[in-house]
Design a protein around this ligand. Structure first.
Ligand code: ME8
Length: 511
């Protein structure tokens, strides 16, 4: 079985999680569920990034010791996962012993291979993003990543990043899909063409970090610390990464603002430590709120838990994947959420399942059988649905989640049209045999659509399979043959319409 290792970024613990974090985690969960359906042995991880000056300062501002502070915020990220119905296999905290050991080991490998040296650094430091910039990289006096920039000088260890310019460019050329999408790849290459400077990888101006082995006055640069989490989670240094199939198939999902760290620094560190490089860095765009990036420092965030509590995790997962064209930015809005929920989940899909299943229960003694022959209309219907579903898998593999869902929505609308046109309620008095055939075909297409909907709306999918008497693990297995007879005992409502006049939206008032 093919191994696939899927990672979210590990999130800073300077404030509680918001929709942006929930988005990446959900994307990774949906992708993991999809890969598992295709038979992959998936290892899916997430966690929290807990060191660095920014976290130390947030803890100081809160008047709490950094460890206690990070304990409490990391817990909020961990506790969010069941709300989102996420199936991660591990959760890492960079303050854990296993990680500190892995980072110290990794540091020693870089040192032994001659890529670290002691020097002095002066530059503009963006504390929000924990990165140094040169004067000419500043934009209107701020860092190019948008944070305030402070001029600082400190003695620190450097990583010989400049040695890797040609090797990295060569690697990108030989592995054109390493950075996805290509727009980000072009940005990275253009950044590299300006030349790579050596990178400051230790700090002495604060203490909240992993000490440099044999020089504890320095703490290890938080990005070197954080990126190593992906190795820690794969058992480094105890497991041999060079022979790890999982490591060769690691896909890092990240927001577009941290592509540089993952696509330039990380492969350079790995090359220096003589370790294999990840398979792909997949980057997505931002959720905006009134045109600005939703972020804790801008204070314009939305709480994902509120959405899950009020509308269910399936609804949030569906909205996030459908609304944002993967890779691009998009606006998050409650009204947009309700519109998509009501028009697709409640009216088109939920209602289709409900009316077809109820009809089977009420008018067909709870069961329907596969028809012996298909009419021309039936054949057209099944062929059209199959055409929508056929290409969907490759869309998924190209991370085109919104287009994928669009295909499923089209298939749902074909099924609704088929039922409307065939009018099983009229056939009930004129031709019961035909009525049963129509209902079987409708149920069968619902089942096929629901299988592909499963990674996005797993709770609802399970309800549909249960109504059809098919266990979830069978329903989503690649080689499962659909039974020739469906039995439906009880019909369950899937997505009740959101009635704006009766829903209490007060919970959103303080976001
Ligand atoms: O960067 N829209 O952590 P972080 C979409 N610790 N995604 C968003 C988002 C938004 N408005 N806001 C956040 C860090 N994200 C580092 C990562 S990895 C070795 C270290 C998501 O807490 C998106 O995935 O700032 C983004 O890259 C990540 O959260 C940044 O989280």
């Amino acid at each position: 079985m093919r191994s696939t290792y899927i990672t979210t970024p590990i999130y800073y613990v300077n404030a509680k999680p918001h929709i942006g974090h929930a988005y990446t985690t959900i994307v990774c969960d949906v992708f993991s569920r999809f890969c598992r359906m295709l038979g992959s042995d998936v290892f899916f991880t997430t966690g929290t990034d807990e060191h660095g000056k920014k976290i130390e300062q947030s803890a100081n501002n809160a008047g709490i010791a950094p460890q206690l502070f990070t304990d409490s915020i990391s817990k909020l990220f961990r506790d969010l996962l069941p709300f989102l119905n996420v199936t991660n296999d591990d959760f890492i905290r960079t303050t854990e012993r296993r990680h500190k050991d892995a980072v110290a080991h990794f540091w020693n490998r870089l040192k032994e291979s001659g890529y670290l040296y002691l020097g002095e650094y002066s530059g503009w430091y963006d504390m929000r993003n924990e990165a140094y910039f040169s004067e000419d990289e500043l934009v209107d006096g701020k860092s190019p990543l948008g944070g305030e920039a402070l001029y600082m000088t400190e003695k620190c260890y450097f990583f010989r990043l400049s040695d890797f310019q040609d090797r990295l460019l060569d690697f990108y050329e030989k592995n054109p899909s390493f950075i996805f999408p290509s727009q980000r790849r072009n940005e990275v290459i253009s950044f590299m063409s300006r030349g790579l400077n050596d990178l400051a990888v230790s700090r002495t101006t604060f203490t909240w970090g992993i000490p440099v082995p044999d020089d504890p006055g320095h703490v290890i640069y938080v990005w070197l610390d954080a990126l190593t989490n992906y190795l820690t989670l794969n058992g480094y240094p105890n497991n041999d990464q060079s022979s790890s199939e999982r490591w060769r198939n690691v896909i890092h999902f990240v927001g577009k603002e941290i592509v540089r760290f993952h696509a330039v620094y990380w492969p350079a560190f790995l090359m220096a430590a003589k370790l294999p490089l990840p398979k792909q860095i997949v980057s997505h765009g931002w959720w905006l709120s009134e045109g600005e990036k939703m972020s804790k420092s801008l204070g314009n965030v939305q709480d994902p838990i509120k959405y899950c509590k009020l509308f269910g995790s399936d609804a949030l997962r569906y909205y996030l994947l459908r609304e944002l064209s993967f890779g691009e930015d998009g606006n998050f809005s409650l009204s947009g959420f309700i519109n998509r929920y009501n028009s697709i989940l409640a009216n088109a899909y939920g209602n289709l399942c409900n009316r077809v299943f109820s009809f089977v229960v009420k008018s067909c003694d709870n069961k329907v059988e596969r028809p012996r022959d298909l009419t021309g209309d039936d054949q057209l219907f099944v062929t059209a649905v199959d055409a929508d579903l056929k290409g969907s898998s490759s869309l998924f593999q190209r991370y085109a989640f919104s287009k994928y869902l669009e295909k499923l929505e089209h298939a749902i609308s074909l099924a609704n049209q088929y039922v409307d046109f065939q009018k099983p309620w009229a056939l009930k008095t004129s031709d019961q045999g035909r009525m049963r055939d129509v209902l079987f075909l409708a149920v069968e297409q619902i089942y096929k659509i629901t299988r592909l909907f499963y990674p996005v709306i797993p709770i609802c999918a399970e309800k549909v399979f249960t109504q059809l008497g098919i266990p979830m693990d069978k329903a989503i297995a690649t080689d499962y043959a659909l039974p020739d007879e469906f039995h439906i005992d009880v019909v369950e409502s899937l997505f009740p319409r959101i009635d704006q006049s009766t829903t209490n939206f007060d919970v959103f008032a303080d976001d």
